[in-house]
Write a protein that binds this ligand. Structure first.
Ligand code: WT7
Length: 644
């Protein structure tokens, strides 16, 4: 098997790119021909960014799991679909063949059906990185239920908010999850999230850690019991199957919550056909995947990267996808390199923050590790600095592996700007060229295209001109929010929230967010969200949160807090605030620094001047810019002096 739509040269990239712009309908229908459809499309795409209303492969019928599993069974049934590496390297590796994956997904789809889950129902998934998480996701897709995976680092309150927003009636979880030397009691967190909840009907609990859990009669059921019961139901005359639900091309496949510049995370909705085609196409082209290769994406399935490049992209391509339960630094900082050696990994896709953190341990953890199986390296989630890029190139790729710097977002569904491994040129810390079908545009704050160079480069806000197949369709339950967030800033453009540079070759370099969104270790966190959480702590009068450069995390969270300080113990109050943020959002949103201040720099109209706070947090003391519009310029000196 080879992939007929895999781009094989720079020349072909240019040709394909041009064709995708000139005649998108024939470009995408030629590619879509290679998928399994119950019925083909009437129209390749129709869209407008005004409402927005976006449709791809309109009129087509399909089920994504038939493309990710069933169509591979004849020729690759015995090939590994998922290789699972446990948290503890001494525990047994699990290899899930396509045949086994088919059986388990069918079985779990049957479990969902037995418990009353129907097409279109929202199912919340809160699990560790075990193969059962993949079965759960695909089981939902098989019966047409909409999965909403929540990362294990979110708190009970965050889960409760997401359950409510999606009106989810079903939850799939684990008793606990292993992460390094810790056990995270997932079911306990779910129990807290469900206090007072009246909508959730069933909670399915998979046993991973044997952490004691409370199981409410009638509501909470064991995964293992349900799977055993379903096993005979899906087998008839020796043939195992659970017929996949026929889905419309535009039926929603999943919801994934992500932070924005306002307080509440939004549920990004992706649809079936466009998302499927895009994740498959980008997986095959960006990583230049060859049949038989072993692909290791280190993300958690709780984030979009895991959805698109552990599950849907690789499996739809019939690839072998490695799923890792643990963390890069446990039992030691050589864990990734051990995994690469052990499983003969060909493609490693990870985040700059992981590279920077491992770089900090030097090359000792690399000693004795055979990394010669590696062919392609990738990064995602945040800008990669040149030092980390070169370390990755020299020490991991041994200068023989192309590095793809892939820029994309939860909302984009898959990679939009990236070099193609070994095919188009790489440039350290540049994402470089758009994928076919993607038309980036740099604009100024008024929405005019940037045409004047600064130091030889174009610099502006990154927008995308036309719809690509996996663009978000809406934000769950609030379409207007989708419109105002992404399509209203600039007319007829999708606005990414990122700033970017463009060079004379047409290469793009993403410089980071231009809105009030932080990127901490490749995870998106809204400053307003963190402020809301801090402000909930008794005694806090007001707060302002900004990002600052952090050696490993990329950005750290710096909070300026006005607090009534009735106890007089700043250290204790600091810890209390961290506890509050953990409760409200989750441990991932805890500020790295909290500075108590008497006041915040505000304009006469009462607006906090974050620009000044950002500069102070960055360590700038001289050029704070214009402070004449401040209500009380004296406050700035005080804040500067108290910087931590
Ligand atoms: C934001 C999206 C895409 C999956 C992981 C994050 C930043 C992402 C890059 C890159 C520079 C990047 C952007 C983007 N980002 N990839 N290669 N270079 N910045 O998904 O949580 O939706 O965050 O991550 O700022 O807007 P996300």
């Amino acid at each position: 098997m080879s992939y007929s739509y895999q781009i094989k040269s720079y020349e072909q990239y240019k040709k394909d790119y041009q064709q995708s712009i000139d005649d998108p309908a024939s470009f995408w229908s030629n590619i879509a021909e290679y998928f399994t459809w119950r019925k083909k499309w009437d129209e390749v795409s129709t869209w407008n960014f005004k409402e927005p209303k976006i449709e791809w492969f309109k009129g087509a019928k399909l089920n994504i799991t038939e493309n990710c599993i069933d169509r591979h069974l004849k020729t690759m049934g015995d090939k590994p679909a998922i290789i699972w590496e446990p948290n503890n390297p001494e525990e047994r590796v699990r290899t899930v063949t396509y045949n086994r994956l088919h059986k388990r997904v069918c079985q779990f789809a049957q479990v969902l059906k037995n418990n009353g889950v129907k097409k279109g129902d929202r199912v919340c998934i809160y699990m560790g990185m075990v193969p059962e998480l993949a079965y759960a996701v695909l089981g939902c897709a098989r019966i047409g239920a909409i999965h909403s995976v929540i990362f294990g680092g979110f708190s009970a309150q965050s889960i409760a908010d997401r359950l409510y927003d999606a009106n989810a009636e079903f939850i799939i979880t684990c008793d606990g999850a292993y992460r390094g030397d810790k056990v995270i009691p997932l079911k306990n967190v779910i129990d807290d999230a469900l206090i007072g909840n009246r909508t959730v009907k069933k909670v399915i609990v998979y046993t991973r850690t044997r952490t004691p859990v409370s199981m409410l009669k009638g509501r909470d059921i064991w995964w293992e019991d349900e799977m055993e019961f379903a096993e005979h139901q899906i087998e008839k005359d020796g043939i195992v199957n659970f017929p996949a639900e026929e889905m419309d091309a535009e039926d929603p496949l999943f919801i994934l919550y992500t932070s924005g510049s306002t307080g509440k995370p939004k549920g990004v909705v992706h649809s079936s056909a466009g998302y499927m085609v895009w994740t498959n196409y980008t997986f095959i082209n960006v990583f230049q995947y060859q049949p038989g290769q072993i692909h290791f994406c280190t993300a958690d399935i709780g984030w979009i990267t895991g959805h698109s490049y552990i599950v849907y992209g690789p499996l739809s391509a019939g690839a072998t996808s490695v799923m890792f339960e643990g963390v890069p630094t446990w039992p030691d900082a050589g864990r990734f390199w051990d995994i690469i050696d052990k499983h003969k990994i060909n493609i490693l896709y990870t985040a700059p923050t992981a590279i920077r953190s491992l770089m900090g341990f030097g090359t000792k953890p690399l000693e004795g590790k055979d990394l010669s199986s590696l062919k392609v390296l990738g990064t995602v989630g945040e800008p990669i600095n040149e030092e980390a890029w070169h370390w990755y190139d020299e020490n991991i790729g041994k200068k023989k592996c192309p590095i793809v710097d892939t820029w994309w977002q939860t909302e984009t569904g898959g990679i939009l700007i990236s070099n193609l491994a070994g095919i188009t040129p790489a440039k350290a810390s540049w994402a470089t060229l758009p994928l076919p079908g993607v038309q980036p545009l740099l604009v100024d704050d008024k929405g005019n295209e940037i045409t004047e160079k600064e130091d030889g480069l174009l610099k502006g806000n990154l927008c995308i001109k036309a719809a690509w197949p996996s663009i978000l369709r809406t934000t769950y339950g609030d379409h207007e929010r989708c419109r105002t967030n992404y399509f209203a800033t600039y007319e007829n453009l999708y606005f990414t929230g990122d700033g970017a540079l463009k060079d004379d070759n047409g290469f793009y370099r993403i410089t980071g967010r231009v809105d009030d969104v932080l990127n901490v270790s490749g995870h998106r966190i809204g400053t307003a969200e963190v402020e809301n959480a801090i402000n909930m702590h008794a005694g806090v009068v007001e707060s302002a949160v900004v990002g600052y450069p952090h050696d490993i995390k990329g950005q750290g969270i710096y909070a300026f807090v006005i607090d009534s300080n009735t106890h007089g113990d700043d250290e204790l109050t600091r810890k209390d605030i961290l506890q509050t943020v953990s409760r409200i959002i989750g441990p991932i949103a805890k500020p790295d620094k909290i500075q108590f201040v008497k006041g915040l720099p505000k304009t006469r109209s009462g607006k906090i001047m974050r620009r000044i706070l950002r500069k102070i947090a960055e360590g700038e003391t001289q050029n704070l810019g214009d402070t004449t519009t401040l209500l009380d310029p004296g406050i700035v000196e005080e804040i500067k002096n108290g910087k931590i």
